[in-house]
Design a protein around this ligand. Structure first.
Ligand code: SF4
Ligand code: SF4
Length: 509
């Protein structure tokens, strides 16, 4: 028997719908000119005490090294437990920590601290220590340092790896298999190490890593950013130590020049720039969480595809945890004669789900082009409006993951004292039920946050539509009919996510 979590109650669903209706009216009455404004920031380093602490953390490497060692140790423990521990998923630290805590909590963390995870990521730390066997932050001298071939210097590799990871996670059922989880962890280490041994800087993080790129895009909506304290200092800087590195500090692993940074997408929060800048000109700032997606981030074709597919995959994640998903799989399997793990049926379901969202988005872009009567190219419209996908995906991803995090409580103490789950039995239905009832948040608080997240995602998507259309199409307010297709796209996706959240959801472990 499958355990399910209750969905969002109807009252919360109606509240979100009312919010969407009101903000849509506001969307049309708000002047286009008001959408154009410069982003305000607050320099966290200027705060008393907190500023000094932050400054110390970002300019001293030892704290980061300690954190990297802790996470790398935990990662190795997970591999060991997966390979040699119990196959019971809910009793093995490999599956519980990887899928229930890390994968679900990562997206929540991005909401507060942006790409900070990348700074301590064990894939990168271990690869780096293997290729360059020292803890300190010197340049990578053991790497061949080749340039990544031009055809791979895009986000297409990360996008396809993300689709592959989703297939393994949800289709192959790796989330309930400790051994397979450990093997995946080992494969990721091999790929990261190979990339680091061959290519300059951290090519894997910049172009190939599906997790890092997802964090990077979601970080566009984080309320924090690493930026120069003074743009003028960067303009007059001739050494560009943040980009080239120094004798003691590695260069920016993803080729960012701090003075020109306008988006978080490729920043790994590694702190190299903070440590290498001779003018101490790098700081952490607070900003409105929508600023980057709404106007500061620059559109690119491959990045736009990544964002649209990210939205599709996020929705797909939700669909596969609906009780009706198994019936759908059975129907497809019967029709095509699929047997066993139904991998062909799953692949068809995944492909259709991705295709559906992509086609709806393509149709919205095409309609916008048709209605705006401008020479703006389809590619420009596609790339600019793809930023709508970010808040929609992020809001639903967070709301969905909160269900896992708050309703699937984990006995961390028991897992740490017996990480391999030696001599344990599978959870009984009664124990599973107890875990589900032992919520970290009160149900109504959780529902309120989930509804608020969907409303937040919809609101930001409206801001993106308005601001990006001013860039591309017009400041003219007499006829705004060309805004309708994108508004419809945002409404349909939010409506679909709301409906998914209102359904009972299958418990992961
Ligand atoms: S961050 Fe520092 S090293 Fe980099 S461009 Fe600005 S002043 Fe120069
Ligand atoms: S060096 Fe590059 S990746 Fe590292 S924190 Fe600075 S901008 Fe981000």
């Amino acid at each position: 028997m499958t355990m399910t979590h209750p969905g969002l109650p109807m009252a919360w669903g109606i509240s979100v719908c009312l919010f969407m209706a009101l903000t849509t009216i506001w969307f049309f009455v708000r002047s286009n000119a008001a959408a154009v404004s410069s982003t305000r920031h607050f320099d966290l380093m200027t705060l008393p005490v907190i500023g000094s602490v932050l400054h110390y953390i970002t300019t001293h490497n030892w704290i980061l090294i300690v954190l990297k060692l802790v996470f790398a140790g935990l990662f190795l423990l997970i591999i060991w437990a997966g390979l040699f521990g119990t196959p019971i998923a809910e009793r093995n630290i490999a599956t519980v920590f990887t899928w229930n805590l890390w994968w679900s909590g990562l997206i929540v963390a991005v909401f507060f601290i942006g790409s900070a995870w990348c700074a301590v990521c064990p894939w990168n730390s271990i690869a780096r220590w293997l290729v360059h066997p020292r803890l300190s932050n010197y340049k990578f001298s053991n790497s061949l340092g080749l340039k990544v071939p031009k055809t791979l210097r895009t986000l297409w590799p990360a996008l396809w790896l993300f689709v592959g990871l989703t297939w393994l996670e949800l289709g192959f059922g790796i989330t309930t298999d400790p051994y397979a989880t450990a093997l995946l962890a080992l494969v990721m280490i091999i790929i990261t190490t190979t990339s680091m041994a061959l290519f300059e800087r951290q090519a894997f993080c910049q172009y190939f890593c599906p997790v890092g790129r997802t964090i990077g895009f979601y970080s566009q909506l984080a309320p924090v950013e690493l930026r120069p304290q003074s743009k003028d200092v960067c303009i007059n800087c001739t050494s560009l130590d943040c980009y080239y590195g120094t004798d003691k500090i590695s260069p920016c692993p993803t080729h960012q020049v701090m003075g020109r940074m306008t988006q978080n997408t490729y920043c790994l929060s590694c702190g190299n720039c903070s440590q290498s800048c001779p003018y101490d000109n790098v700081t952490w700032r607070l900003r409105p969480p929508s600023a980057e997606a709404v106007q500061d981030a620059r559109p690119h074709w491959d990045e736009a595809w990544f964002m649209v597919v990210l939205l599709a995959l996020t929705s797909f994640h939700g669909i596969t945890m609906m009780p009706f998903w198994e019936n759908w799989m059975s129907t497809i399997a019967r029709t095509i004669g699929d047997q066993g793990r139904l991998l062909v049926s799953f692949t068809i379901g995944l492909a259709l789900s991705l295709l559906l969202v992509v086609l709806v988005y393509l149709a919205a872009v095409w309609m916008t082009k048709y209605l705006c009567h401008k020479t703006t190219t389809f590619k420009s419209l596609f790339s600019q409006f793809a930023f709508i996908a970010l808040p929609l995906a992020f809001a639903y991803h967070l709301a969905h993951n909160l269900n896992h995090l708050t309703r699937e409580s984990v006995d961390i103490g028991a897992l740490l004292t017996n990480p391999l789950g030696t001599n344990t039995l599978p959870l009984t239905m009664a124990e599973k039920h107890d875990r589900m009832m032992d919520m970290v948040l009160a149900p109504n608080v959780l529902f309120g946050i989930q509804a608020g997240l969907l409303a937040f995602g919809f609101l930001i998507s409206l801001l993106v539509i308005k601001r990006r259309s001013v860039n591309l199409i017009s400041l003219d307010e007499t006829n705004q009919v060309y805004l309708l297709p994108m508004l419809l796209f945002a409404s349909v996706m939010t409506g679909a996510h709301l409906w998914l959240l209102m359904q009972p959801m299958v418990m992961r472990l």
